[in-house]
Write a protein that binds this ligand. Structure first.
Ligand code: NI
Length: 153
């Protein structure tokens, strides 16, 4: 395994759409292993491949209840809303309150290509949304909650 450099906001790659993974081979597994190590080293709860400069639909997550790998993830259900503070390893030192669904179901392949369905609430739901957004070139600063909404709380 090896640490990879995390791309910072301002680099145009972060605005690009990542491509679907078709080959579940050693090259993918190396990417996953490196992303895992890079995420933990940076004390992150999630990392998308584009953040290490690879435009593939690959995400690693650990919100504190176990490590997960999501390949070609698709959000299939969302319900409720949450407005919580969010940050990103590509925007060090910055955070903002975003508007996200409270509960999310995501369908994704594992490192061998097998499809699985995961459900997330709270931080995990936010993380599923935040990381799949990265695969479409979106960063959390594009999901900030409108001020009027925050003032009502
Ligand atoms: Ni991020």
């Amino acid at each position: 395994m090896a640490l990879r450099n995390i791309v910072k906001v301002g680099d145009p790659i972060l605005t690009k759409k990542s491509r679907a993974v078709e080959k579940f081979d050693e090259r993918l597994w190396t990417l996953l292993d490196d992303m895992k190590e890079t995420m933990y080293a940076a004390n992150g709860v999630g990392l998308a491949a584009v953040q290490v400069g690879v435009l593939k639909r690959v995400v690693v997550i650990d919100v504190g209840d176990g490590y997960m790998e999501l390949i070609n993830p698709e959000i299939t259900e969302k319900s409720g809303i949450q407005t919580e503070e969010e940050g990103c390893l590509s925007l060090p030192g910055e955070s903002g309150v975003t508007i996200r669904p409270a509960v999310v179901k995501v369908k994704a392949q594992d490192r061998n290509g097998k499809w699985c369905v995961y459900k997330g609430e709270g931080l995990k739901a936010r993380c599923f949304c935040h990381e799949t957004d990265h695969l479409d070139g979106v960063v959390f600063t594009q999901r900030l909650a409108p001020k009027e909404l925050l003032n009502k709380e």
